[in-house]
Ligand binder design. Structure first.
Ligand code: HEC
Length: 122
């Protein structure tokens, strides 16, 4: 009986850790506080959260019409390509609904570099 209970507890604990993505519980220290995070999260600037979920959000509502910004270094080993996607998403996909942040001067070049620095930590 005792063994049964502990097995059950292990299952519950395992289940809980599978259900919650690691980054949801992770402290913000790793990527929080970077200037690029403020630019990405700000509704007046990048407003990336309108469309993309990403780690580091604290109760902000994140959209789901675009891919979640996770494992960026792994998925975008070429930083220049990642920057280009943010500078002008319509270059890769002319029908993209993602605002061409650089081309339309929504963000300055410096802000785009900061955003890339930030999302490269995700
Ligand atoms: C209005 C919605 C919208 C906003 C705002 C937006 N994006 Fe996107 N983004 C998209 C969509 C949709 C895609 C999918 C590819 C496409 O259609 O261009 C995308 C693709 C991407 C990609 C490549 C997808 C991948 O696999 O990682 C990156 C990187 C990206 N966006 C970063 C950003 C960043 C950083 C911001 C804020 C500065 C931002 N986006 C703001 C809609 C948006």
């Amino acid at each position: 009986m005792r063994q049964r209970i502990s097995l059950l507890m292990v299952a519950v604990v395992l289940g809980a850790s599978v259900a919650a993505p690691a980054w949801a519980e992770e402290d913000d220290e790793a990527h929080g506080g970077m200037p690029g995070q403020a630019v990405a999260f700000s509704k007046k600037l990048g407003n990336c959260l309108a469309c993309h979920a990403m780690p580091g959000t604290k109760g902000e509502m994140a959209g789901s019409i675009a891919p979640p910004l996770i494992a960026m270094k792994l998925r975008w080993p070429d930083r220049a390509k990642l920057r280009a996607q943010i500078w002008d998403a319509t270059a890769a996909n002319p029908k993209s609904v993602m605002p061409p942040m650089g081309k339309h001067k929504i963000l300055t070049d410096q802000e785009i570099d900061q955003v890339v620095d930030f999302i490269y930590t995700l």
